[in-house]
Design a protein around this ligand. Sequence first.
Ligand code: OGA
Ligand code: MN
Length: 295
Amino acid sequence: MALTFRKLHPHFVAEVGPVDLRRVHDPETLAEIRAGMDEYAVLVFHDQPFADDEHLEFAQRLDGLLHTKTGSRALVKNRFGNEALGDISNVDENGEVMKSDNRRRMYGLGNRLWHTDASFQDPPGRYSMLSAKVVPPVAADTEYADMRAAYDALDAQTKAKLEGLRVHHSIVHSRQTLGFEFTQDEQEALKGAVHLLIRTIPRSFRRSLYVASHASRIIDWPIPEGRLLLRDLIEHATQPEFVYRHIWRVGDLVIWDNRATMHRARPFDDTKYRRELRRVTTLDIPEPAVLAGSS
Ligand code: OGA
Ligand code: MN
């Protein structure tokens, strides 16, 4: 199937059509979508009425094994009984919009910080696929920043300084910056992970800045110095020229490459309006099983 890609931002993001992803099984179309991900890092598909099992199956066809080690797993049981199906909603286990003091709500507010999915795990997340089920009548958008363009814009001296640095990522760190408190057991379960600050993305060979609010320190550097550098890098990478804002419609599926982008939820009146999305994220392992099997 020949897909069309319409670029939505000078650096990245394309809207793709016409296609019903539930019916995409052929290797050629899947390869076209992967090539689109290599080029644009964020792909927007409208009118994708996925059932949960179709969403999970599509994610595996596209990119292999699924991530199940989200941060919220250490806090609450998944509402859908499947840790691979991320509950990105402001709805509690009874289907009601969460009250302001709900602990899962407060935890979820951390999505308003710039981040990449599951960078506090090893392996982290590679592709995240977010499907919109219920969208409020007010703006409740998601922003994306192109970390390849942000890397490219650094001067040569800075690039050289960052090369080879290793960063500790921790969701306990990012949530604690908001005053969210974890129990001792939760902290034990969420120890974090170490990743390279500068990554080369396989296939495209683009280089990218792998930072996030989860980034707590640079290994081998004094903590304040590392934190200041990480803060400066996030500030640099989220300047307006690197940022795209997605305005959700029901049925949208947005796929982003967590190696190449950061994202954040924008604030809205979330104790008033219902917003329900579901996210499936693949594992950032060197060779996706699905590709290894088909080569
Ligand atoms: C996510 C996420 C942001 C939003 O699903 O990983 O960060 O706008 N979502 O809901
Ligand atoms: Mn996220």
